[in-house]
Design a binder for this molecule. Structure first.
Ligand code: ADP
Ligand code: ASP
Ligand code: MG
Length: 437
């Protein structure tokens, strides 16, 4: 059972989580995110440290600490628990203040970002203790690990977790941190923003759980982005493939990589609402349940790169050379289209854009368009359903589509549009594909 930032972000919410996890006797591992807003604050503190603005960083640490003082005062009533909580806060906020005196490094940044999940789990366990709910805190840093490519080592995680569970036989509730892990050097690292979902799926896969429940602030995966479109509705069932496409192409409810571990070990995933626990939510399994379009999602900050070359494009081996440039800079490509004289690709990270552009210029003229958005239409067998294609293009006839990816899988049609058309496109598709205003 994984609970996100909003689900633990207020003392009364954390208390509800305690109720939810103790509602059944089934043994479980509970994975918590940081309290909502904490990781953002830690990112800010770390950025201030990197730019050497230590005074503002200290102010931010003080504000954050004041919020936590308030939080524990509302969470706990027992004096001895409250004093334990104050010790926890002192330990972590002193650590942050000491760090301000050290010069910035990437490893230090990761240490700072880890504080949120360390705090939330420790405070939650104090509440469980106060409520006399039997449990054990198992530090994620004892069993979560990344390899030299920064990929989770699921085999190692499996072995280590099995040992930990074996040692703690008879315990029904284990609590651990989402998001944080050790890297190949043994340092503290993380699974990138929103990574607690990924932790949950990895842990569920590693222990062969009967289910991986992702508890959040909405009643499941919706057919469209509820942050952008007013009328959206939850989807009852998705296949792993459909869910993975939606997560990868921008549905924030799931971390982009969070589906593969569950899929690989065939663990059903449920998306559930902490604020409305009886709502059905979304079930994700091997089965798609039904055919047709299920949802649309949008992924922002996409850069399109077009390489025009009259000389080389038709020659075999050309695409390999192009792809090798992206491989060299560890930049993954999301969409590809080709014509006789040009190939266009999209990337979601501009970290090495200058280097990539320079190397591609050896093959022809290179054109770059930043600020693009990928709109993905996801469902089951959608590329085989004529009406879908018709409704799709009819509903967005005034949107300047820059690229189309069709037929790559039966679950996805992707369009690249200028970012400024995102809102309008999602709204038009809501009406055109789902009949929702
Ligand atoms: P948590 O803190 O629990 O991990 P997140 O904020 O990461 O929660 O994810 C839940 C949010 O994802 C929702 O509040 C919603 O605004 C957003 N979201 C974006 N797209 C979708 C979608 N297609 N369905 C449901 N929620 C979505
Ligand atoms: N706390 C981390 C974040 O805000 C991880 C997560 O919540 O999933 O990104
Ligand atoms: Mg999240």
């Amino acid at each position: 059972m994984k609970f996100g930032g909003t689900s633990v972000g207020k003392p009364h919410r954390m208390k509800e989580v305690a109720q939810l996890i103790s509602a059944s006797e089934e043994p479980k591992i509970v994975i918590l995110s940081a309290l909502s807003g904490t990781t953002n604050a830690l990112v800010e503190i770390s950025t201030l440290l990197a730019t050497n603005d230590r005074k503002t960083a200290q102010d931010k640490i003080n504000t954050l600490e004041a919020n936590y003082q308030q939080f524990v005062a509302e969470l706990l009533t027992d004096e001895s628990m409250l004093s334990k909580a104050k010790k926890v806060l002192a330990e972590h906020f002193e650590f942050l203040s000491i760090i301000l005196k050290i010069s910035y490094s990437e490893a230090l940044n990761k240490d700072i970002l880890a504080q949120g999940e360390l705090l939330s789990t420790k405070l939650f366990c104090l509440y469980l203790e106060e409520q006399k709910i039997d449990h054990r805190l198992i530090p994620a840093l004892d069993f979560m690990s990344l390899d030299t490519q920064d990929e989770p080592q699921i085999g190692t995680i499996k072995v280590k977790l099995a040992q930990i569970l074996q040692k703690n036989k008879g315990i029904g509730i284990f609590v651990t941190q989402g998001y944080i892990t050790r890297n190949a050097k043994g340092e503290v690292d993380n699974l990138k923003r929103g990574g607690s979902d990924y932790s949950a799926s990895l842990i569920a896969a590693a222990i062969n759980a009967s289910v991986c429940e992702i508890w959040t602030d909405i009643d499941g995966m919706h057919n469209n982005d509820p942050r952008v479109v007013k009328t959206t509705r939850p989807i009852e069932q998705l296949s792993f493939e459909e869910a993975a496409e939606l997560a990868y192409f921008g549905a924030k409810i799931l971390h982009p990589a969070s589906i593969w571990p569950a899929q690989m070990y065939n663990v059903p995933v449920k998306l559930l609402n902490t604020m409305q626990p009886s709502a059905k939510g979304t079930l994700i399994t091997e089965e798609a349940g039904s055919t047709g379009v299920k949802a649309v999602a949008a992924k922002d900050n996409i850069t399109a790169i077009k390489i025009k070359s009259s000389r080389m494009l038709l020659a075999y081996g050309f695409l390999r050379k192009v792809f090798e440039v992206f491989e060299k800079y560890r930049t993954s490509i999301d969409m590809i289209t080709t014509s006789e004289v040009a190939v266009s690709v999209t990337i979601d990270s501009d970290l090495y854009l200058n280097e990539i552009t320079k190397e591609l210029e050896a093959f022809g003229t290179v054109e770059i368009d930043t600020g693009q958005t990928i709109i993905s239409i996801v469902g089951n067998e959608i590329t085989e359903t004529k009406e879908i294609i018709f409704h799709l293009f009819e509903s967005i006839k005034d949107v300047p589509v820059r690229m189309i990816s069709y037929g790559g899988s039966r679950h996805n049609i992707s369009l690249l549009i200028p970012g400024s058309y995102k809102l309008q496109t999602l709204q038009l598709l809501n009406k055109g594909l789902f009949g929702l205003d």
